[in-house]
Design a protein around this ligand. Structure first.
Ligand code: NAG
Ligand code: NAG
Length: 409
């Protein structure tokens, strides 16, 4: 019995990782063992499909290999509904770290896993994913390093920056796979993919047949242009490098660029007001990626006085908690106008988390995070199907005891 349990637990080990910037602590990765009961169903494994012919449109990964996706067909009442989920995983902002990325699954299909588990919003099981389980569900792999939005190259370094072309080639492929007849569609994504789902939201709506119901959902994609612990703007520096190196400005909304510089237009706080398609923002108020890599990266904290707090929220002292509360307040300020529209949705919980739609225990389970008794999957479903208006904003830390807070080893 014990052996069986351990075996099972090992199969449910998730590795969530991202690679960013040139800082020494930029290799951000963590893993968490999930204790699962023996009777839990094994997740569906879905094969990788490469987009053949994408290279003739110049739609290639950083290293020139074909982009790829995982598709599980919908069934029953979901057979004409489509979920497109954009994979995340940081960005590359210099020649050096883009060259590094070429040798990883985030820069080359040569290194991508052939099969991945479909969990959370991608699950095919109604008890884990009540509203989208029988849709056509697609995970588009991320291998361009600029949230599917760059378009340039660096021949000397052998780098292709073709995120925008990958996005378009993938959408063409999905159309030929049946999305051209979609009656409902949701563009989602997590982290760098959550940012991409905001950037591409209106394009997605334009591609789909009228009068289908089309919405977008960004998970952990609300990256703030915030001051870091030393008063600098670490994330703005990173984003500036990404935008310049990969010529992302070509694909940012013109109505933002007419008011602000391209780097500012890569920040969701300046984008969401221009998105016309209904959009839902899911974010942890103390997004651990942003705490670690935007607020207190080692470059902004050379003495490492944030190291303990960064790896475990319980180790933060009162002034650090205050800093994090100010960050939460900024996030709430930045979504205030967005929240006023009747078609938008919000779920900002006061947890130390990052990406809450991809994992069963965060998305929809007996003990998953709640706001007003509502789990994330139900909030997103209520909003998509217009069952209820969802503007869920949590009370500040530490009031929410439904959180699964990430602790880093
Ligand atoms: C997925 O790929 C494996 C080989 O890696 C193959 O055995 C299996 O038949 C494929 N499944 C589907 C549904 O194509
Ligand atoms: C919290 O920790 C930081 C970094 O070690 C330190 O500078 C600050 O004075 C501490 N604040 C309190 C209230 O202890």
């Amino acid at each position: 019995m014990m052996k069986l349990l351990i075996l099972f637990a090992a199969q449910f080990t998730f590795l969530v990782s991202g690679f960013i910037s040139s800082e020494s602590d930029s290799l951000f990765s963590f893993s968490q063992n999930d204790l699962v009961s023996v009777n839990q169903l094994q997740p569906l494994m879905v094969n990788l499909t490469l987009i053949h012919g994408a290279d003739s449109k110049g739609a290639v990964c950083l290293d020139g290999t074909l982009p790829g996706y995982h598709l599980d067909r919908g069934f029953g009442s979901g057979s004409t509904s489509w979920l497109i989920h954009l994979e995340g995983g940081g960005w590359c902002n210099t020649i050096r770290n883009c060259v590094y990325r070429k040798k990883t699954p985030r820069g080359s299909s040569m290194y991508m896993e052939n099969q991945i588990p479909f969990t959370g919003i991608l699950s095919n099981k109604p008890e884990e994913n009540p509203d989208f389980f029988n849709w056509n569900r697609v995970k588009l792999r991320y291998c361009d390093g600029a949230s599917f939005s760059g378009d340039s190259e660096n021949e000397a370094a052998g780098l292709q920056f073709r995120g925008q072309r990958i996005w378009l080639a993938a959408m063409e492929e999905m159309m030929s796979q049946g999305m051209e007849n979609a009656e409902q569609a949701l563009l989602s994504g997590c982290s760098a993919g959550g940012l991409a789902s905001i950037i591409h939201c209106d394009e997605f709506q334009t591609l789909l047949p009228k009068p289908s119901k089309v919405k977008c959902f960004s998970d952990a994609g609300f990256f703030l242009d915030a001051l870091d612990v030393s008063g600098g703007r670490s994330l703005r520096d990173l984003f500036g490098g990404v935008v310049q190196l990969q010529e992302v400005h070509k694909n940012l909304p013109k109505n933002c660029l007419s008011q602000l510089d391209p780097t500012s237009c890569f920040f969701p706080q300046n984008l969401v007001e221009h998105v016309e398609t209904p959009l839902f923002l899911l974010n942890a108020a103390y997004d651990v990626w942003q705490v670690r890599s935007s607020l207190a990266p080692s470059t902004a904290d050379p003495l490492g006085s944030w190291n303990d707090c960064k790896s475990n929220h319980a180790e933060c002292n009162s002034s650090q908690i205050q800093f994090l509360q100010d960050f939460r307040n900024q996030m709430l300020d930045d979504v205030k106008d967005f929240s006023k529209s009747s078609q938008t949705g919000l779920f900002i919980n006061s947890c130390f988390a990052h990406c809450q739609s991809e994992r069963r225990e965060l998305w929809f389970a007996d003990n998953s995070p709640l706001i007003d008794e509502k789990p994330i999957a139900v909030a997103v479903g209520d909003w998509f199907f217009d069952r209820e208006v969802v503007k869920a904003i949590d009370c500040p830390y530490p009031c929410d005891n439904s959180c699964h807070n990430l602790v880093f080893k």
